[in-house]
Ligand binder design. Structure first.
Ligand code: NAG
Ligand code: NAG
Ligand code: NAG
Ligand code: NAG
Ligand code: NAG
Length: 475
């Protein structure tokens, strides 16, 4: 009996022989007003959710008593080299990052944070010792915008997403749910437009109703739980398919660039042997989560990954070694063994409700909950976009930081045909042939477009999703 108990104790001890060297977290924004109306923003509830999430991560990775304390991380007074954060230059996601960091390193009004001047006067920071942490705000014109928002301004991605509406699956669900959705016509047609309360706007409808159920007292009583559940389920289905299709890699562009961004962040930690960049935060959107879930085969681990992540959900990537403890951390592995000795653990926390755990899931359809860093990098690279040049090319993008490929592509309209043909020319087709092809294709294109556009122009328009308040923010 005793022997068994001590064996179990030994096993338990060895199971926690672990040193965390770095963590990369990707967070969704907290509760917000509906994105269907301009000026939408994080609510006070949302700010608290992000803050609580930061506190949660503090308890796990940063605090003196943290269960998985990152080796040699400063517990109370922020050390700027150790923390890195980035968000798009846009209120909702930027504020989420700021509120998260407020929870990670709360105000510090102690001797530790006090500066003494020559004349003896002491100062702490304003706002009761608020600790400032820089968030790198990325505008859409920066090449680094792609790591979090690689789906924005990417024409091939947008085309791939929209092709969902040509699938038979989409049409079947659309037809099967038209009766259900028509129940909400009276309420939502004034906002979405006549004939728009359908599966085509599954996310917008769910979002409006969900936000109203939380914030609008006069509407909340008219929204039944079962309707809201059904609307959520349909929004899940729409968003999953809109953001993932295993046979269309362009559809997951935002997940592929996020994978590149995560590799880049980890490389910062690893190349500096975890002397800096110990905790790194990226703030982004639910669609990027879904794309990544699909690419990383997380749906093999749990069907729950088909569902939209809750507000302020987080996924975390831990870099750790299987030796040492939080109190007596092991050294960072030597450069020649880092690929095998350093390991990666993926974790997900769905929302921020008290008691919601951070749960580890195996990546890439495996049954192992952790994997060596080298293997992780290799698997991620199989789908990651790792440079803005690669992104520009894969997207056929015209972002300011993309090289313009030829003269034709800089003309504002109707240039894509000639752009592609110049690629064909580069492939060795003679100039005379190219010109003939241009003429034939131009004629054909004109014919096709005319045929399509004239009789059904309104139908063609209605097949495209409504432009969201800001296409750049499917947050
Ligand atoms: C000490 O120096 C600071 C900065 O010059 C000044 O604002 C403060 O009034 C001084 N305190 C005293 C007690 O002289
Ligand atoms: C997924 O992509 C394939 C290949 O492009 C396409 O045939 C199919 O309709 C797509 N499925 C959905 C649900 O979008
Ligand atoms: C609640 O919903 C009603 C009906 O759509 C609307 O008129 C009102 O402005 C909403 N109130 C808030 C606070 O959003
Ligand atoms: C997160 O929560 C939502 C809402 O309950 C659910 O639909 C979804 O499947 C959950 N996702 C995961 C990975 O648990
Ligand atoms: C992982 O997902 C990809 C793309 O959906 C699929 O082709 C592959 O079979 C999956 N692998 C495993 C092990 O589930």
């Amino acid at each position: 009996m005793l022997a068994l108990a001590s064996l179990l104790a030994a096993l338990a001890t060895s199971a926690v022989a672990e040193t965390v060297h770095g963590v990369v977290v990707f967070t969704r924004h907290g509760d917000r007003t509906t994105r269907m109306f301009p000026g939408y923003h994080l609510t006070n509830l949302g700010a608290n959710q992000a803050y609580n999430s930061g506190s949660f991560y503090r308890q796990r990775y940063v605090d003196d008593e943290a269960t998985s304390r990152i080796a040699n991380i400063s517990a109370d007074l922020v050390n700027y080299n150790q923390i890195w954060a980035s968000a798009p230059n846009q209120g909702l996601l930027f504020q989420t990052a700021v509120n998260f960091l407020q929870g990670l390193y709360p105000p510090l009004d102690s001797q530790l944070a006090t500066e003494t001047l020559n004349n003896g006067t002491q100062y702490t920071a304003p706002l009761d010792g608020y600790q400032f942490i820089l968030v790198q705000g990325q505008p859409a014109t920066s090449p680094d915008t792609i790591w979090i928002k690689g789906d924005d301004n990417c024409p091939r991605h947008i085309a791939a997403q929209r092709s969902y509406m040509n699938s038979s699956q989409y049409k079947d669900i659309f037809n099967a749910t038209s009766g259900f959705y028509s129940r909400f016509d009276d309420l939502l047609e004034p906002i979405l437009g006549q004939g728009e309360v359908t599966y085509k706007n599954a996310y917008e409808i769910f979002d409006l109703m969900n936000v109203a159920s939380i914030h609008n007292q006069s509407l909340a009583s008219n929204i039944s739980n079962s309707d809201l559940t059904q609307l959520r389920y349909l929004a899940d289905q729409w968003e999953w398919n809109y953001n993932f299709n295993a046979s269309q890699t362009d559809r997951m562009m935002g997940g592929r660039t996020l994978a590149g961004g995560i590799l880049q962040r980890m490389n910062e930690t690893v190349s500096r042997r975890a002397q800096s960049n110990k905790f790194q935060l990226l703030s982004g959107s639910y669609d990027t989560f879904l794309m990544f879930f699909g690419l990383a085969n997380l749906t093999t681990a749990s069907d729950d990954f088909y569902g939209l992540p809750g507000y302020a959900s987080t996924m975390a990537f831990e870099l750790f070694t299987e030796s040492g403890t939080a109190a007596a951390p092991a050294a960072f592995p030597a450069a020649d063994s880092v690929n095998d000795t350093l390991r990666v653990r993926f974790l997900f926390r769905n929302g921020t409700d008290a008691g919601t755990p951070l749960v580890s899931f195996p990546l890439f359809g495996s049954s192992e909950s952790t994997l060596p860093y080298g293997t992780f990098v290799e698997r991620m690279r199989s789908f990651a976009v790792t440079s803005s040049g690669q992104w520009c090319q894969a997207c056929d993008a015209t972002a300011v930081f993309c090289p313009s490929t030829d003269q034709a592509s800089s003309s504002p309209s109707g240039s894509s045909g000639s752009h592609r043909l110049s690629n064909a020319a580069a492939g060795g087709i003679g100039a005379g042939v190219t010109l003939a092809v241009v003429a034939i294709l131009a004629g054909l294109l004109f014919f096709v477009l005319r045929k399509k556009a004239t009789p059904t122009s309104s139908a063609v328009v209605s097949v495209l999703p409504e432009k969201r308040v800001s296409e750049s923010d499917s947050a």
